[in-house]
Design a protein around this ligand. Structure first.
Ligand SMILES: C[S@@+](CC[C@H](N)C(=O)[O-])C[C@H]1O[C@@H](n2cnc3c(N)ncnc32)[C@H](O)[C@@H]1O
Length: 247
């Protein structure tokens, strides 16, 4: 069986479990700013292997729920969050929210806007599922400059795929949120993320036993990703994490 995209992604994130260009210290700072009180109901949409919920539940007694479609990721989340009482639900995010769960005090959606149809529909969906005054911790990409042809080719994307930073913030405000904090990923955070991603794959291909076909796939994935970043979207695609308050 050839390697799946999910298996390649799991290897690529082994040195940098946060699946976004953010240092762990940044994630910690952002979660701290949610000011979660004991018993707060917290939802992570597209929680993947539970990395953000790990930060959320460290030293806090909150009522945490993670929703994701991918059973293997949820198994990793289960192991990571052992003993923290988090509910991990294998379900499509839209159908989970449409079922009308009791409102949440905080909702996270990072690297997972697509689970709810993109940044704007994601904001609308989570706004409906938050208590009044509840907080959202969300993140997405934006163009730091008008996208170059090289960046668009590297991302296999379109110019209208992302707004600029002002546009990203405007979408949050238009969805009924006040912006409490906006962290823009630094060049160091980007380089660290992309280098970790490619480096973990290259090391895996060098050190682990596998078929020649898998080794070739992994090396080619790392090489094309490195080229896409370095020659394509580096300094063109930005990434912002926002703390939002439902107003
Ligand atoms: C890039 S990962 C981000 C994981 C995690 N938030 C993080 O930052 O580490 C995107 C996640 O969204 C999940 N996902 C994609 N579509 C989804 C959907 N319709 N409903 C729920 N989860 C979904 C994927 O399975 C994947 O785990």
């Amino acid at each position: 069986m050839p390697l799946t995209r999910a298996e390649i992604s799991a290897i690529a994130h082994s040195d940098h479990p946060v699946a976004c260009p953010l240092f762990e210290s940044t994630v910690e700072m952002l979660v701290e700013k949610l000011a979660l009180t004991a018993g707060a109901r917290v939802l992570d949409i597209g929680c993947g292997p539970g990395v953000w919920l790990d930060f959320v539940t460290r030293g806090r007694r909150v009522d945490a729920t993670g929703v994701d479609l991918a059973a293997p990721s949820l198994q990793m989340a289960q192991a990571r969050l052992e003993g923290r009482g988090a509910a991990l639900i294998e379900q499509d995010a839209r159908s989970f929210l449409d079922a009308g769960p009791p409102a949440f005090d905080a909702i996270l959606c990072n690297g997972s806007s697509h689970a709810l149809g993109g940044f704007q529909p994601m904001l609308a969906a989570i706004r409906n599922s938050l208590m009044s005054g509840g907080k959202a911790l969300v993140s997405d990409g934006f163009w730091t400059v008008p996208p170059t042809p090289e960046a668009l080719a590297a991302l296999d994307g379109t110019e209208d795929e992302f707004p600029d930073l002002a546009g990203l913030k405007h979408r949050a405000e238009a969805a009924g949120f006040a912006i409490e904090k906006c962290h823009v990923s630094t060049a160091e955070e980007w380089d660290d993320y992309e280098e970790s991603w490619c480096g973990a794959l290259e090391r895996h291909a060098d050190e682990q036993a596998m078929s020649d076909a898998d080794r070739k796939t992994i090396r080619e994935t790392a090489a094309s990703h490195r080229a896409a970043y370095e020659d394509g979207y580096r300094n063109v695609l930005g990434f912002a994490a926002l703390i939002l308050r439902a107003v």
